[in-house]
Structure formats: C-alpha cells, structure tokens
Write a protein that binds this ligand. Structure first.
Ligand SMILES: [Fe+2]
Length: 452
C-alpha cells in the first residue's frame, strides 16, 4: 500500500506511447488530465497527510496515437507561471477544488475570507471567460467579480468545504460542522503540523443549507438545516416544481479524512483501514415556495421523494434526505446536465475501505447500478466524456485510470462504453502511475496549444 500512497512518484515529462488493446472511438480526441498528490517527501521534509502532497499531473492524449505524460506541479507552495494564486485577486484564504462553469465559459468558485475586517465569510466569485477589448493582454482573473458573500456562523471556526452546487437560478452552499480552527491554523507552521490537523468535526452541531438567488445575489432568508454530516462532493443539483433538489456524498463522521494520514497508510492499510461511516449518496429536497401557514411538524415536500422537510416551531426547517445509494465516492456526471434534472452518476465504489476496487454507473431514478471490476485492480474517479453526436445523457465513454495491486503489473487507462459499462479498450503504460483524485477531459477543439 505504501507504493500506492506514500512513495514519491516519478515524473515523465516526455510523452510515452501507450499500448492500445481494443478499440478507442475515433471521436475521442483530446486530453484526459488527472491530478492528485504524488510527492510527499521534499528534501528532508515529509508531509503528514496524503492530501497535502505536491500535485502530480498526468495526462493521456488521444490524437491518432495514445500518449502518457506525468509532471509534478508544486502549486500548493509556490505558484509558477501559468498557475493562479486566487488570493492575489480576491481576499480568500482557501478556495474549492471544484469550480463550476456556465455555458458562456465563466468560472464560478467559492472561497473563505478569514477574519477580514473583523468578519469571516464565504465568498462566491466569478471569473469571466474573456476580458473586454480594451483589457486585452490582461488576465481574466483581474476581472474577477465577487458575486455575493455568506457570513460564517463562527468567526474563528468557519466550515470546511470542498465543493458547492448550482442550479439554473440558485447556488447551493452547505455549511457543515467540520470546521477549521483558525487559531490553530495560524500557529500550524510554527508547530510543524499541517492544516489537516486544524480541522474538527462536531457531531452535535447542525449542518446549514444556504441558497443564493443567482439573479438577485441574495440569500434565501429561511433557515434550512439537517443533522451533522461530513461531505466533500456535491453530485448535482436542480430545481423541480418550486423545490431545490441536491445530491451529495456524505458521511456521519470524519474517519475518511483521518484515514489518509500517511502514518495510517502502512502495509496493512487494506486490511485495517475500515471507515466507521460508509459514504452515502443523499438527496435533499428543499421546497422554496411552501405554504407559510403550514402546520408545525408537517412535511413540506410535494414532489415524489422520501426526503422530508419539516417546519419547526421556531420557523427553521429541518431536512432529512432520501438515501439514493451507499458506497460511492468521487462522483461525476455528464456535465451538460449540471444544474439540471439528471439520471446518471459515475463514481468509484468504496464501501467500508476507502480504496476503490470497482467503478459504478448509478441511475438515480431507477436506482439500478452497473459495475466494472477486475481482480487486483484499483480504478480511479471515472470521467464521463460525451459523444459529440450523442442524444442521450449516457451517450459517451467513461475513462478511468487503473492501478494494479502488484506494482510489477502495468497500469492502464480503461475506456468503457458509458451506456452498457462494457470495455471498449484499454491503453497500457509501463510506468509507476500514482493514485490520483480528479480529472477532466479537454476535447481537441478546446485545446489552444499543442500538447505533444
Ligand atoms: Fe474532490
């Protein structure tokens, strides 16, 4: 297991030709770019938490032949040219790893502004896709606009968050009781500890939901909440008959985060590492237009779902989710359906161990699940790539990088037909590939520069 997580991985700046078995669809042209912690020892320094490692980027380029590259990106420490330090443009101390993109190419992201002018708040900001004519040569980031801010419930303990949701008209932000301790963070460097150790989960606290109207930039004033939870990933969100429906992968504690301390990722990891809380795909259904005279204790949800939303005596609204399924993480969708009613989630299957051994296609409407697995294989987050001529939500392929449990066996990129979840082909590379977290596919027409 140490070979998977703790050991520094090698860079391969020069493209390496992959050996293709099976058929790669001819329309699949572009680059799969994947990212994850790849280096944990720099000189005499060693990171304590796997998530803290320096990012190692690797790519598969689909252009007549399939090629692989891997380069280290020390973004967390010193942004080099081409990398962006958001803090230069907006006063945020942390920003999410999962920005959203609208159809015009604008980027939406969120960050936390900590104790700025005596306040701690969550900021939603927008980076325009292009700059006005007179501003050419300037970076898009200079046009960055703060869309709105949400005050943190606590000045010194803002919520940790890794992603947020959007619908056509609303931003969905979840303030979970998994919080950063700002005072601990301020002294973390001197004490030689990472910021991961400055996070704490309070199981007795509430999880608050915030909805921001994208037109008025104002928050919906009703107070919606659910029980304490820890989550990293939104799956999708949409509106239906006056309700906001949003799906997340949530836990009842923070055991997942603790498990990824490198000291816990030893050779017995696979045997010993058991989550105390299995990830569940939860659907919350929140009625924004409900009968204000509704009886206290009555369920306000009027669309078909087992999720409930109940009015309390003090006017707050308590939400309980529908459990769509259990044991999935690193969810992806057809991004053309982002913010819209959708059917399919592509994800890794993790069950009680956080190391994925399967990938899944889950139908949120029928609850059917298709799986791909192979002995001794550890697949990564599956990325859906739509077929440009496709009509249906699952017309396309799913790409996942698969590591082998025996380091002597070569890893490969797997190409599945997204409809049937059967293998179309695989591209084998004889390298020491690292276990990564996230990836994107950039179609050939969107790649501005030559990549080979
Ligand atoms: Fe993530």
């Amino acid at each position: 297991m140490d070979t998977l997580y703790g050991r520094n991985k090698q860079e391969h700046p020069e493209p390496i030709k992959a050996e293709v078995q099976g058929q790669v669809p001819t329309w699949l042209q572009g680059m799969l770019l994947r990212n994850g912690p790849g280096m944990h020892t720099i000189g005499d320094s060693k990171y304590n938490h796997w998530f803290d490692g320096l990012a190692l980027l690797h790519s598969f380029t689909f252009k007549n032949v399939l090629k692989f590259r891997a380069v280290v990106s020390p973004a967390q420490h010193k942004p080099s040219s081409g990398q962006v330090d958001y803090n230069k443009y907006v006063s945020v101390n942390v920003a999410t790893s999962h920005p959203h993109y609208d159809s015009a190419g604008n980027v939406l992201n969120m960050g936390t502004s900590i104790v700025d002018k005596g306040k701690t708040k969550y900021l939603l900001f927008k980076i325009p896709s292009s700059v006005p004519e007179q501003g050419k040569k300037k970076s898009c980031f200079k046009q960055l606009e703060v869309v709105c801010s949400i005050p943190s419930q606590s000045l010194l303990h803002p919520s940790y968050y890794h992603s947020f949701g959007i619908t056509e008209n609303y931003i969905v932000f979840i303030e979970q009781p998994f919080r950063l301790d700002i005072l601990k963070m301020a002294t973390a460097y001197m004490r030689g500890v990472t910021w991961a150790s400055c996070l704490a989960f309070n199981k007795d606290d509430k999880t608050w939901f915030h909805f921001i109207d994208r037109r008025t930039k104002k928050e919906v004033p009703t107070k919606f909440y659910t029980d304490a939870l820890v989550f990293f990933h939104h799956v999708n969100a949409y509106e239906e008959d006056g309700h906001i429906v949003f799906d997340i992968i949530a836990y009842t504690d923070n055991s997942l985060y603790d498990m990824f301390y490198l000291k816990n990722l030893n050779k017995d990891f696979e045997k010993n590492a058991k989550l105390t809380s299995i990830p569940t795909c939860r659907r919350f259904v929140v009625p924004l237009q409900y009968d204000k005279d509704a009886v206290v204790g009555s369920n306000l949800v009027t669309i078909p779902s087992t999720a409930t939303t109940v009015k309390e005596k003090d006017g707050t609204i308590y939400c309980q989710p529908e459990i769509l399924c259990e044991g999935i993480e690193l969810p992806r969708i057809n991004y053309d359906y982002n913010g819209k009613k959708y059917k399919y989630v592509f994800a890794t299957q993790v069950q009680w161990s956080p190391v994925p051994t399967e990938i899944a296609k889950f139908n949120t409407q029928t609850k059917e699940m298709l799986l791909w697995r192979e002995d001794d294989c550890w697949p990564s987050e599956p990325v859906f790539v739509p077929n440009p001529d496709g009509k249906e939500e699952d017309d396309g392929v799913v790409l996942t990088c698969v590591l082998k449990s025996d380091p002597q066996d070569s890893p490969f990129l797997l190409i599945l037909d997204a409809k049937t979840f059967t293998e179309l082909g695989r591209a084998v590379v004889n390298v020491d590939m690292h276990m990564d977290l996230h990836g994107i596919f950039i179609p050939q027409q969107d790649m501005k520069t030559e990549t080979e």
